[in-house]
Write a protein that binds this ligand. Structure first.
Ligand SMILES: N[C@@H](CCC(=O)NCCCC(=O)O)C(=O)O
Length: 255
């Protein structure tokens, strides 16, 4: 029976560096997959429809959707035009949004973080607030970009966990403290998503795919940041890796 580490795909951001575009993934996500999930991180270029995702997914045991300073293009959820100067990543949208339902349908474990969480909500038909801090009743969920990184990714607010949810089960807690580095947030929840956690102002901070055959979790915060120093983050990536190992074993049986 195969004992190789599971392969976890990570769709890349497409970013202009100098005169050329690159497809890139933040190293902290790569480390969390390799060390936290004990899996092999495989970066996936964001080639949109050119990717043939369905065939590609057959060779993977999980997918991680990362955070990004870019926003999902509003036309993807019939939202209002973004403020001038907003950073988007159309190629990433064109890659992840069609991929998400295929990942769930194929029974691959999925962990989505921040922008990835927002992509999941849009892929399931939900919509986004673009500037939570300008919406009556919501606090500012952004980081201070002038602050040191440890402060930007440091504890920012509590979340209340759904008592019957996966996060409550994984953590054994009802309330946790998380970091917060986002301007956007869930406005309407996508069909089939079950809320796992909310911030004190009511912002949805986590959900799962209610009827997914495997691990399918979206988080608005960043558990990958110094995950080794946080027992809940370690448990999250360990559970994600375990689900990917299970998929790898199933795949090995049918080869
Ligand atoms: N642009 C979206 C998502 C924010 C996000 O993912 N921030 C993290 C970026 C850097 C990192 O990967 O840690 C929004 O503003 O809501």
């Amino acid at each position: 029976m195969s004992t190789r580490r599971p392969l976890i795909g990570i769709p890349a951001d497409r970013r202009l560096l100098g005169h050329h575009y690159f497809h890139c993934v933040g190293e902290k996500y790569i480390a969390a997959v390799a060390e936290g999930a004990q899996a092999v991180p495989v970066l996936i270029p964001s080639l949109g429809e050119g990717l043939q995702a369905r065939e590609l997914l057959a060779d993977f045991d999980g997918i991680l959707l990362t955070g990004s300073p870019s926003n999902v293009e509003p036309h993807r959820y019939n939202g209002p035009a973004s403020a001038p100067g907003t950073l988007h990543d159309a190629w990433r949208d064109a890659t992840t949004l069609p991929m998400i339902p295929q990942v769930i349908e194929a029974g691959l474990p999925l962990l989505a973080i921040c922008r990835g969480f927002q992509e999941m909500n849009v892929a399931f038909g939900g919509t986004l607030w673009q500037k939570l801090h300008e919406v009556q009743g919501y606090r500012d969920h952004r980081e201070d970009l002038e602050a040191p990184l440890d402060e930007q990714y440091g504890p920012a607010h509590d979340i209340e966990l759904a008592p019957d949810g996966l996060l409550a089960r994984l953590s054994g807690e009802r309330r946790l403290t998380v970091n917060s580095l986002h301007s956007q947030g869930v406005q309407t929840l996508g069909a089939g998503l079950a809320v796992e956690a909310r911030a004190p102002d009511g912002v949805i901070e986590a959900f799962r795919v209610a009827d997914a055959p495997s691990f399918a979790l979206g988080l608005q915060w960043h558990p990958e940041w110094k995950f080794k120093d946080n027992s809940f983050s370690r448990a999250l990536f360990a559970a994600f890796g375990e689900a990917a190992r299970e998929r790898a074993l199933q795949r090995a049986k049918v080869r």
